[in-house]
Write a protein that binds this ligand. Structure first.
Ligand code: EPZ
Length: 423
């Protein structure tokens, strides 16, 4: 069980390279199941979630070659010799459900474990299932598994999402590429990871219009070919590290950073008084004045404020000049970082999906516990700005979505180290 110790109070300066996007890679890798030819992904992040997806795909018969220190993956599913995605793997990572659509579309049958519970919310997969049923799939839930069949292949149809779902849009989009006829997805998710998936599928021969808008149209084809695809940068990692100089003061350049991927977040950050500048090589972020200003935040599907940056934004607002109100509208239980920040001296009140943050001059270092991926990194950010030492335990959560945090931050002058407790 690793912990990370942060000694706060260091002003940051330097540059941080932004990796490929976890949430793009987790849907791009299952896309290999749609073709017999190799799919090459470049700019892949080195994360435990990516390794879990590799284990899952390998269990289905996919050959995976990892190159360039893990930043390039060649995936080949010439033959799918196992059609069961096992609970033991799926329970480790909900995104495993994304093998269902592609496997069913190509093979006409698939058995995938239901993901089970999650710390941040109930997170059902009903929309994934209903969407596939709208393409003619026959589904049966039995013994904790989805048994899916489409003996005569999937058939294009129209599906309107009652709520915007990133994963369900990705699953059905992938399935629709091999369905007979036209599929129209209404109220679809518009996240950059979906645009990146559609770009990759198009390079594989799929016919897709409207990715990035709320209406996606897919003209099914008989087969898809292999392709090489660079994974889009990780806008959530980008936003996270933009908050580091905002909290500590100083100036940091995020290499590869793009404003167009994080519009709503960048606008909010500027409202607090932080300066953001697009450079030739990325985004330069600095805090020109003393305390940041308080702002209100409401999370929403893209292009709204991303829920995956809510915890990190709260870490900044803990020392803002004034009171901020954060509303979490995507997940029903995503304030578990608040009690930990309160241990560091923050003034936070949580009522249901609303957190009221009354800014204090400074947080104080303390031992705190990570509860999920984004909560864990928000505690590290808070520790960078606090007096004294903060020890964040259970950082296995962090390793799911951030590669080499200590190296990236210490390269900019942070005092941060990982310690391993002997089991
Ligand atoms: C993706 O999760 C991301 N994960 C999440 O990032 C992110 O928080 C989320 O999208 C929202 O942006 C990956 O891409 C791997 P949803 P996903 O389906 O697809 C409800 C991180 O920190 N819903 O868009 O699971 C659901 O309960 C992770 O990197 C249904 O009701 O999210 C939620 O309230 C955490 N039925 C809302 O929709 C369904 O079938 C949005 O969920 C599906 C979803």
């Amino acid at each position: 069980m690793d912990s990370i110790i942060v000694t706060g109070g260091k002003t940051l300066s330097g540059s941080i390279p932004i990796a490929g996007a976890k949430n793009a890679c987790l849907t791009l890798m299952p896309a290999t199941l749609l073709t017999e030819e190799p799919l090459t992904l470049t700019n892949t992040p080195r994360l435990s979630d990516i390794r879990t997806m590799s284990v899952l795909l390998a269990s289905l018969g996919v050959g995976i070659t990892s190159l360039e220190d893990g930043q390039k993956q060649i995936l080949s599913s010439r033959k799918i010799d196992n059609h069961v995605a096992d609970y033991e793997i799926v329970r480790q990572m909900r995104a495993s459900i994304l093998v269902l659509g592609p496997m069913l579309a190509r093979e006409g049958h698939a058995v995938v474990s239901l993901p089970g519970g999650c710390a941040i919310g109930a997170r059902p997969v009903d929309l994934h299932l209903r969407g596939l049923e709208s393409l003619g799939a026959e589904l049966e839930l039995r013994d904790g598994y989805v048994h899916a069949r489409a003996p005569r292949g999937l058939v294009g149809g129209t599906f309107e999402f009652p709520v915007v779902s990133v994963g369900a849009t990705e699953n059905i989009l992938m399935a629709a590429t091999l369905a007979k006829g036209t599929t129209v997805l209404k109220n679809a998710a518009r996240e950059p990871e979906i645009v990146d998936l559609a770009r990759c599928l198009t390079a594989m021969g799929a016919q897709i219009d409207g990715a990035g808008t709320d209406t996606i149209t897919v003209q099914g084809v008989d087969r898809l070919r292999g392709a090489t695809h660079p994974v889009v940068i990780d806008r959530i990692e980008l936003g996270t590290y933009m908050l580091a100089p905002a909290i500590t003061g100083g100036e940091v350049e995020l290499l590869g950073g793009r404003l167009d991927l994080i519009g709503a977040f960048a606008t909010k950050l500027c409202e607090t008084g932080i300066s953001i500048e697009q450079t030739a090589t990325g985004l330069r972020v600095s805090r020109p004045n003393g305390r940041v200003a308080a702002v209100d935040v409401v999370t929403a599907p893209h292009p709204g404020f991303p829920t995956d940056l809510q915890a990190q934004m709260m870490a900044l607002l803990c020392t803002a000049d004034g009171t901020s109100v954060l509303e979490e509208r995507i997940f029903e239980n995503r304030f578990m970082h608040a009690p930990e920040l309160i241990r560091m001296g923050a003034g936070i009140e949580v009522h249901g999906g609303t957190a009221t943050v009354t800014g204090v001059e400074k947080l104080r270092g303390a031992p705190v516990m990570a509860t999920d991926l984004r909560a864990s990194v928000s505690l590290i950010l808070a520790g960078l700005g606090a007096t004294g030492e903060t020890t964040v335990s259970r950082v296995y959560h962090l390793d799911r979505g951030y590669e080499r945090v200590e190296e990236k931050l210490s390269a900019c002058g942070a005092e941060i180290e990982r310690v391993t407790e002997d089991g």
